[in-house]
Design a protein around this ligand. Structure first.
Ligand SMILES: Nc1ncnc2c1ncn2[C@@H]1O[C@H](COP(=O)(O)OP(=O)(O)OP(=O)(O)O)[C@@H](O)[C@H]1O
Ligand SMILES: [Mg+2]
Length: 255
């Protein structure tokens, strides 16, 4: 059964794409079949985050013609995956388009995700969402099994994240989680965890520390380039918590 994991941050540049790409890679390296879909319309985030330039059509074009061949770019060989697979669908064009694209419809997104699932047989489809709360965000949430909402320590964007989590609940997303990026302390001390979880009314999946080496991106997947870095250790912990959630949801292990 394919699970859809939407990674989203309300505020721009909170680190949602970095998390989505590295999480997809870690899941694939654990032996799972993973499809990473970058839903940014005017930018590709997979290239900078993983150091690969996908050769397939961009998300926005794939939405218009989801059934076309070569929907997904198989990057499994790049990362020498022992068992799993990582296929990617890149984000939009770097150059602004002469005519702004109208909003992609929910039906188009749903059809695309159906085609991605059929083409990849993925265990997990990781969806790298754009900042803000748009009609496209709702379309992603409508199919999501898990929302991973990325927040920063500063409360400026917290209200937007709280609204996103609320919308996700109303749309019936079964599992809603927060991850703190650029956390002053990772793991988050218990006292702060309690405050965050009661403020957002969802569990904290984990916290990623500030990692100045992440900026500027572009030298390939951070978890592979810096396996011993605290950010990478925290990322593995987030992936593990996500898989624990999945096992609990399937009734394999108790809560
Ligand atoms: N924990 C961190 N420490 C330091 N830099 C980080 C951290 N997480 C992400 N970054 C850097 O911050 C920048 C923004 O990250 P990213 O593109 O993942 O954010 P985003 O939320 O997807 O942004 P956008 O709104 O542009 O889609 C990147 O240069 C990335 O390398
Ligand atoms: Mg992004």
């Amino acid at each position: 059964m394919t699970r859809f994991v939407v990674v989203h941050g309300f505020t721009r540049r909170v680190g949602a794409s970095t998390l989505a790409a590295n999480l997809a890679l870690v899941l694939a390296r654990s032996g799972l079949r993973v499809a990473l879909v970058d839903t940014h319309r005017q930018r590709d985030s997979i290239g900078p985050a993983l150091g690969v330039r996908a050769q397939t059509r961009a998300f926005i074009d794939a939405c218009r013609l989801p059934g076309a061949p070569e929907l997904l770019d198989d990057r499994s060989a790049d990362f020498r995956l022992p068992a799993g697979a990582l296929v990617v669908l890149p984000g939009g064009h770097d150059a602004p388009r002469p005519h702004a694209d109208p909003t992609v419809s929910a039906d188009e997104i749903t059809a695309l995700l159906g085609a991605v699932t059929a083409a990849s047989s993925a265990d997990f489809v990781v969806l790298d969402g754009e900042a803000g709360l748009h009609l496209e965000t709702m379309a992603l949430l409508a199919v999501a099994d898990v929302l991973v909402e990325v927040i920063e320590p500063e409360p400026a964007g917290h209200q937007g994240s709280a609204v996103t989590l609320d919308v996700a609940e109303r749309l019936g997303v079964p599992r809603r989680r927060i991850v703190m990026n650029r956390a002053p302390e990772a793991p988050v001390p218990d006292v702060d965890r309690v405050v965050l979880e009661s403020a957002f009314r969802v569990p904290l999946l984990g916290a990623l520390p500030e990692a100045p080496e992440l900026d500027p991106p572009g030298e390939g997947a951070f978890v592979l380039g810096h396996p011993a870095h605290p950010w990478s250790a925290a990322l593995y912990a987030v992936a593990s918590a996500l898989l624990d959630d999945e096992m609990t949801a399937r009734g394999v292990v108790g809560p």
